[in-house]
Design a protein around this ligand. Structure first.
Ligand code: TYD
Length: 211
Protein backbone atom coordinates (compact mmCIF):
# COMPACT_ATOMS: atom_id res chain seq x y z
CA UNK A 1 0.00 0.00 0.00
CA UNK A 2 1.83 3.11 -1.18
CA UNK A 3 0.80 6.50 0.15
CA UNK A 4 2.09 9.55 1.94
CA UNK A 5 0.09 8.67 5.01
CA UNK A 6 1.91 8.08 8.25
CA UNK A 7 1.05 4.99 10.27
CA UNK A 8 2.01 5.04 13.96
CA UNK A 9 1.21 2.23 16.39
CA UNK A 10 1.44 2.04 20.16
CA UNK A 11 2.12 -1.34 21.75
CA UNK A 12 2.62 -2.83 25.19
CA UNK A 13 1.33 -5.21 27.82
CA UNK A 14 -1.59 -4.62 30.19
CA UNK A 15 -1.76 -1.34 32.11
CA UNK A 16 1.25 0.22 30.39
CA UNK A 17 -0.51 3.50 29.50
CA UNK A 18 -0.95 2.96 25.76
CA UNK A 19 -4.24 4.81 25.44
CA UNK A 20 -2.84 7.77 27.41
CA UNK A 21 0.08 8.01 24.97
CA UNK A 22 -2.23 7.59 21.96
CA UNK A 23 -4.40 10.44 23.25
CA UNK A 24 -1.41 12.74 23.91
CA UNK A 25 0.04 12.08 20.44
CA UNK A 26 -3.36 12.62 18.85
CA UNK A 27 -3.88 15.94 20.66
CA UNK A 28 -0.37 17.13 19.85
CA UNK A 29 -0.55 16.23 16.15
CA UNK A 30 -4.08 17.57 15.76
CA UNK A 31 -3.12 20.90 17.33
CA UNK A 32 -0.28 21.31 14.83
CA UNK A 33 -3.05 21.52 12.20
CA UNK A 34 -0.71 20.40 9.41
CA UNK A 35 -2.18 16.99 8.70
CA UNK A 36 -5.48 15.33 9.57
CA UNK A 37 -5.06 12.70 12.26
CA UNK A 38 -7.13 9.59 12.95
CA UNK A 39 -7.03 7.77 16.27
CA UNK A 40 -8.08 4.13 16.35
CA UNK A 41 -7.51 0.84 18.20
CA UNK A 42 -7.62 -2.95 17.98
CA UNK A 43 -9.52 -5.08 18.48
CA UNK A 44 -12.98 -3.66 17.79
CA UNK A 45 -12.91 -0.42 15.80
CA UNK A 46 -15.33 -1.45 13.05
CA UNK A 47 -18.90 -2.73 13.30
CA UNK A 48 -17.69 -6.25 12.54
CA UNK A 49 -14.72 -5.72 14.84
CA UNK A 50 -16.97 -4.87 17.81
CA UNK A 51 -18.58 -8.30 17.48
CA UNK A 52 -15.19 -9.99 17.23
CA UNK A 53 -13.91 -8.03 20.24
CA UNK A 54 -16.87 -9.15 22.31
CA UNK A 55 -16.21 -12.80 21.42
CA UNK A 56 -12.49 -12.49 22.14
CA UNK A 57 -12.56 -10.59 25.40
CA UNK A 58 -15.93 -10.95 27.06
CA UNK A 59 -17.63 -14.24 26.08
CA UNK A 60 -15.81 -16.11 28.81
CA UNK A 61 -18.13 -19.13 28.50
CA UNK A 62 -16.72 -19.82 25.00
CA UNK A 63 -13.75 -22.12 24.59
CA UNK A 64 -11.47 -20.49 21.99
CA UNK A 65 -8.41 -22.39 20.83
CA UNK A 66 -5.14 -20.48 20.47
CA UNK A 67 -5.22 -20.71 16.69
CA UNK A 68 -8.80 -19.50 16.43
CA UNK A 69 -7.97 -16.67 18.83
CA UNK A 70 -5.15 -15.63 16.48
CA UNK A 71 -7.38 -15.70 13.42
CA UNK A 72 -10.13 -13.76 15.16
CA UNK A 73 -7.65 -10.97 15.95
CA UNK A 74 -6.44 -11.10 12.35
CA UNK A 75 -9.99 -11.00 10.98
CA UNK A 76 -10.61 -7.88 13.03
CA UNK A 77 -7.36 -6.35 11.69
CA UNK A 78 -7.96 -7.24 8.04
CA UNK A 79 -11.38 -5.60 8.19
CA UNK A 80 -10.05 -2.59 10.15
CA UNK A 81 -7.50 -1.98 7.38
CA UNK A 82 -10.13 -2.44 4.69
CA UNK A 83 -12.64 0.04 6.09
CA UNK A 84 -10.58 2.52 8.08
CA UNK A 85 -6.77 2.40 8.15
CA UNK A 86 -6.25 1.78 4.43
CA UNK A 87 -8.58 4.55 3.20
CA UNK A 88 -7.13 7.02 5.75
CA UNK A 89 -3.53 6.30 4.67
CA UNK A 90 -4.50 6.60 1.01
CA UNK A 91 -5.89 10.05 1.85
CA UNK A 92 -2.43 10.86 3.32
CA UNK A 93 -3.70 11.13 6.88
CA UNK A 94 -1.75 10.30 10.01
CA UNK A 95 -3.19 7.18 11.64
CA UNK A 96 -2.39 6.40 15.28
CA UNK A 97 -3.45 2.91 16.28
CA UNK A 98 -3.57 1.42 19.78
CA UNK A 99 -2.21 -2.12 19.07
CA UNK A 100 -1.60 -3.79 15.69
CA UNK A 101 0.32 -6.84 14.41
CA UNK A 102 3.01 -6.70 17.09
CA UNK A 103 0.26 -7.48 19.63
CA UNK A 104 -0.60 -10.70 17.79
CA UNK A 105 3.07 -11.66 17.62
CA UNK A 106 3.66 -10.96 21.33
CA UNK A 107 0.38 -12.39 22.68
CA UNK A 108 -0.51 -15.24 20.31
CA UNK A 109 3.09 -15.96 19.29
CA UNK A 110 5.41 -15.45 22.25
CA UNK A 111 2.87 -15.93 25.05
CA UNK A 112 0.43 -18.52 23.64
CA UNK A 113 3.14 -20.26 21.64
CA UNK A 114 1.01 -20.74 18.52
CA UNK A 115 4.09 -20.42 16.30
CA UNK A 116 7.55 -18.88 16.34
CA UNK A 117 7.85 -15.13 15.83
CA UNK A 118 9.02 -15.31 12.20
CA UNK A 119 6.05 -17.50 11.22
CA UNK A 120 3.67 -15.23 13.09
CA UNK A 121 5.12 -12.21 11.29
CA UNK A 122 4.48 -13.90 7.93
CA UNK A 123 0.88 -14.72 8.88
CA UNK A 124 0.33 -11.15 10.08
CA UNK A 125 1.74 -9.75 6.84
CA UNK A 126 -0.75 -11.83 4.89
CA UNK A 127 -3.62 -10.57 7.06
CA UNK A 128 -2.54 -6.93 6.65
CA UNK A 129 -1.81 -7.31 2.94
CA UNK A 130 1.75 -6.21 3.68
CA UNK A 131 0.91 -3.16 5.78
CA UNK A 132 3.55 -2.47 8.45
CA UNK A 133 3.58 0.62 10.69
CA UNK A 134 6.05 3.39 9.88
CA UNK A 135 6.77 3.86 13.56
CA UNK A 136 5.88 1.87 16.69
CA UNK A 137 6.18 2.90 20.31
CA UNK A 138 6.51 -0.05 22.66
CA UNK A 139 5.71 0.79 26.29
CA UNK A 140 7.88 -1.47 28.40
CA UNK A 141 6.85 -2.25 31.98
CA UNK A 142 7.11 -5.07 34.52
CA UNK A 143 3.75 -6.89 34.06
CA UNK A 144 3.24 -7.08 37.83
CA UNK A 145 3.10 -3.28 37.92
CA UNK A 146 0.92 -3.07 34.80
CA UNK A 147 -1.60 -5.66 35.99
CA UNK A 148 -1.87 -3.96 39.39
CA UNK A 149 -3.01 -0.79 37.59
CA UNK A 150 -6.07 -2.52 36.07
CA UNK A 151 -9.33 -1.58 37.75
CA UNK A 152 -12.65 -3.44 37.53
CA UNK A 153 -13.36 -6.87 36.10
CA UNK A 154 -10.52 -8.42 34.09
CA UNK A 155 -11.17 -9.56 30.49
CA UNK A 156 -10.18 -12.99 29.11
CA UNK A 157 -6.58 -12.04 28.35
CA UNK A 158 -5.99 -9.90 31.43
CA UNK A 159 -7.01 -12.94 33.49
CA UNK A 160 -4.09 -14.99 32.20
CA UNK A 161 -1.39 -16.03 34.69
CA UNK A 162 1.60 -13.74 35.32
CA UNK A 163 3.93 -16.04 33.32
CA UNK A 164 1.77 -15.38 30.23
CA UNK A 165 2.24 -11.62 30.64
CA UNK A 166 5.96 -12.08 31.21
CA UNK A 167 6.18 -13.95 27.89
CA UNK A 168 4.23 -11.12 26.21
CA UNK A 169 6.93 -8.73 27.46
CA UNK A 170 9.72 -11.03 26.25
CA UNK A 171 8.04 -11.17 22.84
CA UNK A 172 7.86 -7.40 22.59
CA UNK A 173 11.48 -7.05 23.69
CA UNK A 174 12.55 -9.50 21.01
CA UNK A 175 10.51 -7.69 18.39
CA UNK A 176 11.98 -4.33 19.38
CA UNK A 177 15.50 -5.74 19.11
CA UNK A 178 14.72 -7.30 15.71
CA UNK A 179 13.03 -4.19 14.28
CA UNK A 180 15.07 -1.50 15.99
CA UNK A 181 14.58 0.82 13.00
CA UNK A 182 10.80 0.80 13.54
CA UNK A 183 9.99 -0.18 17.14
CA UNK A 184 11.10 2.21 19.88
CA UNK A 185 11.02 1.01 23.46
CA UNK A 186 9.84 3.58 26.01
CA UNK A 187 10.14 3.26 29.78
CA UNK A 188 6.50 3.02 30.89
CA UNK A 189 7.39 3.26 34.59
CA UNK A 190 7.94 7.01 34.01
CA UNK A 191 5.13 9.58 34.32
CA UNK A 192 2.74 9.92 31.34
CA UNK A 193 4.30 13.30 30.53
CA UNK A 194 7.82 11.86 30.50
CA UNK A 195 6.69 8.96 28.30
CA UNK A 196 5.06 11.43 25.91
CA UNK A 197 8.24 13.53 25.80
CA UNK A 198 10.33 10.43 24.97
CA UNK A 199 7.87 9.56 22.17
CA UNK A 200 7.84 13.09 20.78
CA UNK A 201 11.62 13.27 20.53
CA UNK A 202 11.62 10.04 18.50
CA UNK A 203 8.70 11.16 16.35
CA UNK A 204 10.35 14.50 15.48
CA UNK A 205 13.62 12.76 14.79
CA UNK A 206 12.25 9.92 12.65
CA UNK A 207 9.31 11.51 10.86
CA UNK A 208 9.74 15.31 10.88
CA UNK A 209 9.43 15.48 7.09
CA UNK A 210 6.12 13.57 7.25
CA UNK A 211 4.44 15.49 10.08
P1 TYD B 1 -8.15 -3.91 25.38
O1 TYD B 1 -9.33 -3.84 26.28
O2 TYD B 1 -8.23 -3.18 24.09
O3 TYD B 1 -7.01 -3.48 26.28
P2 TYD B 1 -5.62 -2.86 26.16
O4 TYD B 1 -5.80 -1.54 26.84
O5 TYD B 1 -4.72 -3.80 26.92
O6 TYD B 1 -5.26 -2.74 24.71
O7 TYD B 1 -7.79 -5.44 25.16
C1 TYD B 1 -7.16 -5.94 24.12
C2 TYD B 1 -6.61 -7.28 24.57
O8 TYD B 1 -6.41 -8.11 23.43
C3 TYD B 1 -5.28 -7.16 25.27
O9 TYD B 1 -5.24 -8.07 26.34
C4 TYD B 1 -4.29 -7.62 24.22
C5 TYD B 1 -5.08 -8.57 23.39
N1 TYD B 1 -4.65 -8.69 21.99
C6 TYD B 1 -4.10 -9.88 21.54
O10 TYD B 1 -3.94 -10.84 22.33
N2 TYD B 1 -3.74 -10.00 20.23
C7 TYD B 1 -3.93 -8.98 19.34
O11 TYD B 1 -3.60 -9.12 18.14
C8 TYD B 1 -4.52 -7.75 19.81
C9 TYD B 1 -4.75 -6.62 18.86
C10 TYD B 1 -4.87 -7.65 21.14
Amino acid sequence: MKSNGLFITVEGGEGTGKSTLVNSLYTYLTERKERFVVKTFEPGSSTLGKEIRNILLHRKELVISGRSELFLFLADRAHHIEVLIGPALREDLIVICDRFSDSSIAYQGAARGIADLDTLEEICLFATDGLVPDLTFYLDLDPKIGLARIKGEKDRLEQEVIEFHERVREGYLELSRKHNDRIYKLDASKTPHEVFKQALTILEDKCSELL
